[in-house]
Ligand binder design. Structure first.
Ligand SMILES: N[C@@H](CCC(=O)N[C@@H](CS)C(=O)NCC(=O)O)C(=O)O
Length: 205
């Protein structure tokens, strides 16, 4: 039995729910965090002492950190599809997943909080700096996608998941969008996936 804890509007939870749906997994989704609470309860801290979502339980196995969860689900249920058997291909997927977190989402966080979550206390300098960093990162991503349909080649893999979540968030915000044809074509391919539309393309909150 797979149980996924997390609120649907969290970008990190969206990675996990999208992956689970791509794999057509049978799972229980327990909304948690934010207005859904639960993370402050003792039983939740026993699962994840950080009191953060996403967190999963799979037949008694507990895991947190969204990219680690995506990698686990892809390897356990999507080997040769979402997860490459080849170590170097798998490492490249991990590279893009970590770059999504530490470069793209790190740059986007002040923009998202300033424009969406707490506009009343927005730091305009931090927003402008974040936009500039995101634009530079997306130019790099556009170049990677110039010669392939997805991050690692002709097929959708776990490498596309964290960046796919970030790119939706970027498009949904009122920020200057550059013309990046390869990134746009990839984003259109993602939008054709029902699980992406269901789990990621939600109103920002
Ligand atoms: N590095 C962690 C970050 C987890 C995280 O910061 N989760 C946020 C939601 S995106 C959270 O749980 N916030 C507290 C809450 O929602 O109550 C991951 O990728 O899973």
């Amino acid at each position: 039995m797979l149980r996924i804890y997390g609120r649907p509007n969290s970008i990190n939870v969206q990675k996990v729910l999208w992956t689970a749906d791509e794999l057509a997994l049978d799972y229980e989704h327990v909304p948690a965090g934010g207005a859904h609470g639960k993370v402050e309860e003792t039983w939740f801290a026993a699962l994840n002492p950080n009191r953060l979502v996403p967190t999963i339980e799979h037949d008694g196995f507990v895991l947190w950190e969204s990219n680690a969860i995506v990698r686990y689900l892809a390897a356990r249920f999507g080997m040769d599809r979402l997860c490459a058997r080849d170590e170097q291909q798998r490492a490249l997927a991990g590279q893009w997943m970590d770059w999504a977190t530490f470069t793209v989402v790190a740059a986007m966080t002040p923009v998202f909080w300033g424009l969406v979550r707490t506009p009343e206390t927005a730091d305009k300098t931090a927003i402008a700096a974040g936009i500039e960093k995101c634009q530079a990162a997306f130019r790099l991503l556009d170049a990677q996608l110039a010669e392939r349909d997805y991050l690692l080649g002709e097929a959708f893999t776990m490498a596309d998941v964290p960046l796919g979540c970030a790119v939706y968030r970027w498009h949904a915000m009122d920020v200057p969008h550059q013309s990046l044809p390869h990134l746009e074509a990839w984003y259109e391919r993602l939008r054709a996936r029902p699980a992406y539309r269901d789990r990621v393309m939600l109103p920002l909150s």
